[in-house]
Write a protein that binds this ligand. Sequence first.
Ligand SMILES: [Fe+2]
Length: 298
Amino acid sequence: MTGSLVSALAYIGIGATDLDAWESFATDVLGMQVTRAEDPAGVETLFLRMDDRTHRIAVRAGDDTLSYIGWEVARPEDLDTVVIALTAAGVAVKEDSALAELRGVERLVRFQDPAGFELELCAGVRTTAARFVSPTDARFVTVDPQGRDLGLGHIVLVAPGDAGMVEFYTDVLGFAISDYIRFPGILLTFTHVNPRHHSLAFGPGPDGVKPYLDHVMVEVDDVDTVGRALDVVRDRGMSLTATLGRHTNDRMLSFYVTSPSGIGVEYGTSGALIDDETWTVTTWDAAQTWGHDRNHAH
Ligand SMILES: [Fe+2]
């Protein structure tokens, strides 16, 4: 078990100028179940399903950027405990029942991290009895074999190196360090809130660069699903940002593609799980054991 009351990455919301391209990408490449509808605010939205949650990713008509990151707690009472910790750290936290309704959760608070990312923390996410049907027969890994929640996948945020991001997530929200990857002049920090090796990683950006979501990773349970998705990417001439490869630290076998919003998507399988009782934090000297070529990816 980890010490964090935050239990999983629940959902993310992004904007897209080309919803048609995103619908095709989510359906044919990622194998997500897409529902296109106006959200209660009247904005045309793609709701992407990966499991029994009503959606995991919302793609709203708008600018091509990350809109919000949704974390969840496993027990409703934990929400209040985290809010007390945030408030004690001087973070402005606002409970928002209208937004909770919009996201399909029972309770929701919102706040910003030190880099200015819009965060939401929710309790009581809504699950649906309607069967999840993947258009590519993909099965997403959002729970481990013991049934423990692993969340939608992981995200990697890039913010200026002195933004205090790692301290905020570890000291205030209780995320646990998984490990580090050190390149010349760059230290990547990986953190977890459940057995998934990392739900959140940090890359230091140069000063003056606006913080951004580098990529979101979703995991499937079969290497052939990854390979077939890669074929579709290549058939369509989409922009691959890293070739097929395996990561050192989380052992993920994956490739990276640029979504129609410009945000990277890592699509992989075989991610490692962490047992905090036996885990040792180490520092790797490379991100991959093979592949993940970023220079000859096209
Ligand atoms: Fe990743």
